[in-house]
Design a protein around this ligand. Sequence first.
Ligand SMILES: Nc1nc2c(c(=O)[nH]1)N[C@H]1C(S)=C(S)[C@@H](COP(=O)(O)OP(=O)(O)OC[C@H]3O[C@@H](n4cnc5c(=O)[nH]c(N)nc54)[C@H](O)[C@@H]3O)O[C@H]1N2
Ligand SMILES: Nc1nc2c(c(=O)[nH]1)N[C@H]1C(S)=C(S)[C@@H](COP(=O)(O)OP(=O)(O)OC[C@H]3O[C@@H](n4cnc5c(=O)[nH]c(N)nc54)[C@H](O)[C@@H]3O)O[C@H]1N2
Ligand code: SF4
Ligand SMILES: [Mo]
Length: 707
Amino acid sequence: MEKITREELLKAKIPGEETGIQVKTGFCGFCGGDCLLDFYIKDGKIIKTEGNCTLPGANGRVCVKGAAIKQALYNPDRILYPMKRVGKRGEGKFERISWKEALDTIAEKMQSVKEAYGPEQTMVYVGHPKWFRPQMTEFVNKYGTPNYGTESSTCAYALMMANQCNFGQNIMLMPPDFGRCRTLIVWGVNPLYSNSVKGGAGFLHAVDRGAKVIVVDPKCTPTTEYAQLHLRPIPGTDGALALGMARVIITENLHDCEYIEKYTYGYEEYRDYVMDFTPEKVEEITGVPKSDMIRTARMIAAEGPTSIMLSASPVVHNINGVQNGRAIGLLMALTGNFGIPGGFAGPGPARAMLKDSFMGTKKDREHPEKGVNYGEFPAWDKLTSRELQVEHIADFLLGNGKYPIRNLISFGMNHHMWPRPDRIEEGMKQVEFFSCADLYMNDTCKYADILLPVAVTQEREQIELLGPQMVYYQPKVVENQGETKNDMEILLELAKRLGFTLGNPTYRTYEEYLEDRLSPTGLTLDELKEHGMMPAKHIMPARTTEDIMKVHTPTGKIEFVSTILKACKKEWHEGVPAYHDFRETLPMKEYPLILSTGSRKPQLFHSRTYRLPWLVNLEDCPIVELHPEDAENYSVKTGEMVTLETPVGQMDMEAVVNSSCLRGVVNVYHGAEDYDINLLVDDQYIDPISGFPGFKSYCCRIRKKEA
Ligand SMILES: Nc1nc2c(c(=O)[nH]1)N[C@H]1C(S)=C(S)[C@@H](COP(=O)(O)OP(=O)(O)OC[C@H]3O[C@@H](n4cnc5c(=O)[nH]c(N)nc54)[C@H](O)[C@@H]3O)O[C@H]1N2
Ligand SMILES: Nc1nc2c(c(=O)[nH]1)N[C@H]1C(S)=C(S)[C@@H](COP(=O)(O)OP(=O)(O)OC[C@H]3O[C@@H](n4cnc5c(=O)[nH]c(N)nc54)[C@H](O)[C@@H]3O)O[C@H]1N2
Ligand code: SF4
Ligand SMILES: [Mo]
């Protein structure tokens, strides 16, 4: 046989002594997912990635983003050294400085504002990254500012609020019971595009088991292909649809009377309220044929156990989102599906715990009442006291809050992700001091006074759980590029300069932080490092239905009438999950089309993927998608330029006629810095309960672009 040459082995990226290619396993982390990848490394650099299939829970898959990760790591936009601004704000001219100068400058600014005006006038913002947020809460508490907010002011927290009102707990933590449900409703989620490859596999497992799948989504997606029933409501009308289903269930006597009697509060008031949502009225509001709505209601009630898969965004990216989210969740209480095996948020296995993970943390901000907008969102103040609602960040920076914000200290901030980024730019020009810690020189960084270079997942050690009880240690996959540090190392350095420590017991280094995080498992970092992977010694007992039914709402029961919302005594804060039609608040006559922004694509992830050539070149972006009949009405063809106009601005974009869209709904993707659709979304168009923007149901009109 002919010998394979070294060149051939290298070309095929075959690991071994001859090629010098090594394989190391670690987390991808690019989308915040925890897929395990095999990284092929040559001369200290990642040259290829593959899905790992040997570690527990790994399924050998990698998505396109994970496959392109080397373009993220070795991207020319990466910030590799601390820098200070030398040009005008926004110009993007910087000069390299030392870490000492960068950190001293930030700490001095934080200290001087604290002494002269009070710590509140420093605001801390964290964007995408989530892993160090519990430690950030401790950091801001010790420094003394309640003005700490994150990207979760547009993601997940509104659904968490809805679930907390209903069930007194954060159901975002619990995936649907794919393994035991008989019926699965996928409500405003496209897991085959948006979940990590692990999460998507859960959905497919339910399909393979023969669970009946109902999908509620205005668009046709790969997920809807698996649906026995696909309901296509007009965006933002989910609440009316759920209330209509509740009426069917009650009038047909399919509700679980015993369960309602034992575990719930406010049923009679809710029952009376839903009676208004007749099938005819619901069809008119939502556009969903009443026969489909009725069939779904019967399946939820009679073909259980029924589980619901919800998302952190679409349902709550509407200005009636919290109430709509509540109306959906309460279907599970009405039919006795909440808390049972195969149902919604049912019992789970015994599992290990790491200390202070993002969703699981119990840490709250101290003195939220001193926050720059305290009282603007009273339900938010009560339910999510761990963070400030930062939707109105532009106003805080422009001095329109209760007091001015003078310092903005940010980690992973991208102002393009918020409505009216142009207003935030005005704010960033005006703020006295602004620092950004980021992986890339994004547009936001261009306004900063100091830039800090941040390490990516592969450049830091990590501890995570693989499955319920296995603890895994990931060494660094590659050495840090340039002078990058990870966010936690930066936080520890800043804390030291500000005169306090983090952790209880105190940790001073990243290693000590890892040790602390590991503490609930009963393992030491040394033994874990030695073995790489070990079962935890201490395990949290399995959650039983009895545990779950100890509901932590003010009444101690599942609340059909939310005592928390009712006590807010504000418009739209009804105790029942009241439906308000967003169209009544918009100039629909002048702007007759509904604008939905930000549906996910498998190859894109917010702004981050727009700088990876392999991914952006897969498809033309940005585009505006239209239903064929709408396209015909406006005489628009695929590839032609149209002007898209909303009450707050206009933009030219390329049209794509797409029959997967719902008629009357125009779909635009988000995340591109140079075609930022958020310029056209009004920052005052928000859910008064959560402060979440109406990303999924604003109004617009289009016309063919004039030559
Ligand atoms: N129109 C519209 N707008 C939307 C949405 C929509 O559907 N439609 N979706 C909203 C939702 S749900 C979300 S979650 C937000 C997303 O908003 P973000 O998550 O804030 O968006 P990104 O631009 O991906 O990330 C922000 C920055 O974090 C940096 N970063 C990534 N990892 C790290 C890290 O480990 N450390 C540090 N320091 N920085 C890091 C990235 O380089 C990037 O510059 O967008 C919201 N905006
Ligand atoms: N590839 C990729 N994956 C991602 C992200 C990404 O940017 N790219 N972002 C991550 C983040 S931060 C989030 S929050 C999640 C979001 O995860 P998903 O919710 O799955 O993502 P979307 O594609 O925004 O929305 C899912 C479906 O909801 C439908 N929809 C839109 N408006 C409505 C509505 O009003 N009601 C109903 N019922 N359906 C509606 C859309 O047509 C879409 O098909 O994805 C995460 N995963
Ligand atoms: S889904 Fe893709 S980008 Fe996200 S962690 Fe997994 S491989 Fe990485
Ligand atoms: Mo999100």
